[in-house]
Design a protein around this ligand. Structure first.
Ligand SMILES: Cc1cc2nc3c(=O)[nH]c(=O)nc-3n(C[C@H](O)[C@H](O)[C@H](O)COP(=O)(O)OP(=O)(O)OC[C@H]3O[C@@H](n4cnc5c(N)ncnc54)[C@H](O)[C@@H]3O)c2cc1C
Length: 462
């Protein structure tokens, strides 16, 4: 492709900014990043409090975050944040140690079985499900894998045929049952459901296992995790500062028209002409949102195939509260509340995060989900009240809410559409209409998978 083409990138989150970086590294310098907000970072949002930054969005990474590491190297920064640690509570606020045999004598047989099943799943993933862990979903529903290996930072291109991969379209609980590894869910649920990515009876195994591949899950178990002192937003602010063309903030895109091999973008009342457009912002949002975000199909001259496919996308309602507590009510550490990670406890507090070890003068952030495929959505205010009540039950009552966010989170499709080849159809549309689709839906809703997808998109098409 001609290196001088004019490329418009919609969205200044990890996917959009890293698309800019990888394009630039490949010699494409004529790109423009349009960001609707007055800040970059998207769901990496790290506001200030008493001279430090807390996390309203993304918190952590693992050592296999190769694309995030590319960004760190590009900017000369590193993961220098406070070490993560956590304990567990039951739904009544008692501290528990669910994986410690000595504290759970009656559960020893189950714990031993779980350990065996974890080993078995690890082996199955390397053999029966070979190729499961490439970034993105190309070919999976057809029993193929095609992408770049995530086993090392080199990310070698790999591809192959493996009909067993079709199982990844099953909801994760059914996938586990099929393979006789049901108890592994006890371990996978912590960094999955409590991180807002939905429940195991509704989410295709592909999402669960591409994010929580075996190695990543073991990093969570061993708490071998990365954080950033100035917050995850700092990664993307740094990248933005180092790009030749930093994101243009407060860009309100009113209309996008694609005709005669050109892309016309009306932004803040002016029409701009481009050759190609990369969309990293939401493709489809089924309902009206308080934050004013809308889907691409609502401001683009969306074609019928785009409308048909993107209308299948659902997303999680993941709510974050940042609260202050009185010093005597401050939690000792972060807590996971396993009892609340099931659909029957929809809307309840699943995890709360204490970021700094050295001070109580900090906010605590809480996390809850209020939507499940088969139940009515819990209204935002009801959920907020439930979470504040739960903090009292946990013996860490809030004295004040200082920030709150109901996030457009983890766009995904359900098993039926996954199995029917949703990803193959969207991948086949890449470049048609001079448009490329990137961001969370194309891989998974975390910093690295989205940045990595942008890397691969640039590698594949530019
Ligand atoms: C509470 C929470 C906890 C998380 N924890 C982690 C974690 O620990 N580790 C991890 O790796 N990930 C975590 N994530 C997920 C991670 O933040 C996201 O997956 C990642 O930010 C996705 O990047 P993205 O660029 O695809 O999308 P986003 O970050 O959503 O960025 C999209 C950007 O597009 C902009 N935009 C939207 N519409 C338009 C428009 N019409 N025009 C122009 N711009 C537009 C948005 O304002 C935004 O800046 C967490 C997220 C949240 C909310």
């Amino acid at each position: 492709m001609d290196k001088n083409i004019r490329i418009c990138i919609v969205g200044g989150g990890p996917a959009g900014l890293s698309a800019g970086m990888y394009l630039e590294q490949k010699g494409y310098t004529n790109y423009t990043i349009l960001e609707r907000l007055d800040r970059v970072g998207g769901k990496c949002w790290s506001p200030h409090y008493n001279g430090r930054r807390y996390e309203m969005g993304a918190i952590m990474g693992v050592p296999s975050y190769y694309a995030v590491h590319d960004v760190e190297e590009f900017c000369g920064i590193t993961h220098d944040g406070p070490k993560l640690n956590r304990n567990y509570k039951d739904g009544r606020g008692n501290v528990i140690e669910p994986f410690e045999p000595k504290k759970n004598i009656l559960k020893i047989p189950r714990l031993l079985k779980m350990k065996k099943q974890i080993k078995k799943l690890g082996e199955l993933l390397e053999t029966k499900y070979q190729g499961y862990d490439v970034n993105g979903h190309r070919g999976v529903s057809e029993g193929r894998f095609e992408g770049f290996s995530q086993k090392s930072a080199k990310r070698e291109p790999i591809s192959g045929v493996n009909p067993n991969l079709k199982d990844l379209a099953l909801p994760f609980n059914e996938f586990c049952k099929k393979n006789g590894v049901e108890l592994t869910q006890d371990v996978w649920i912590g960094p999955y459901t409590s991180f807002g990515y939905g429940y195991f009876d509704e989410i295709p195994a592909a999402y669960v296992l591409k994010y929580l591949d075996f190695q990543t899950t073991m990093n969570f178990v061993k708490v071998n995790l990365w954080t950033w002192k100035n917050g995850t937003q700092f990664i993307w602010e740094s990248l933005n500062d180092h790009l030749k063309n930093p994101a243009r903030l407060n860009s309100k895109i009113e209309k996008v028209e694609r005709k005669d091999g050109k892309v016309y973008v009306t932004v803040n009342g002016q029409v701009e002409e481009y050759d190609k457009i990369i969309v990293t912002a939401p493709l489809y949002i089924p309902n009206k949102r308080a934050d004013g975000q809308i889907g691409m199909v609502d401001y683009f001259d969306a074609r019928q195939d785009e409308k048909d496919l993107f209308s299948k996308i659902d997303y999680e309602r993941y709510d974050v509260l940042a609260v202050e507590t009185k010093p005597e009510d401050h939690p000792e550490i972060s807590y996971y509340v396993f009892d609340n990670m099931v659909p029957e406890k929809l809307g309840h507090l699943m995890v709360y995060y204490r970021r700094w070890k050295d001070t109580k003068d900090q906010v605590i952030t809480t996390y809850s989900l209020r939507k499940h495929k088969n139940s009515a959505e819990i209204p935002y205010e009801t959920c907020k009240k439930m979470v504040l009540d739960d903090l009292k039950t946990m013996h860490n009552p809030a004295s004040n809410v200082i920030n709150e966010w109901s996030v457009y989170y983890f766009p995904h499709v359900f098993s039926e559409d996954y199995a029917a080849g949703w990803y193959e159809k969207v991948e086949a549309m890449q470049g048609k209409y001079d448009t490329y689709y990137a961001g969370e839906i194309m891989s998974f809703g975390d910093m690295d998978e989205t940045a990595e997808y942008s890397r691969e998109l640039v590698e594949r098409f530019f």
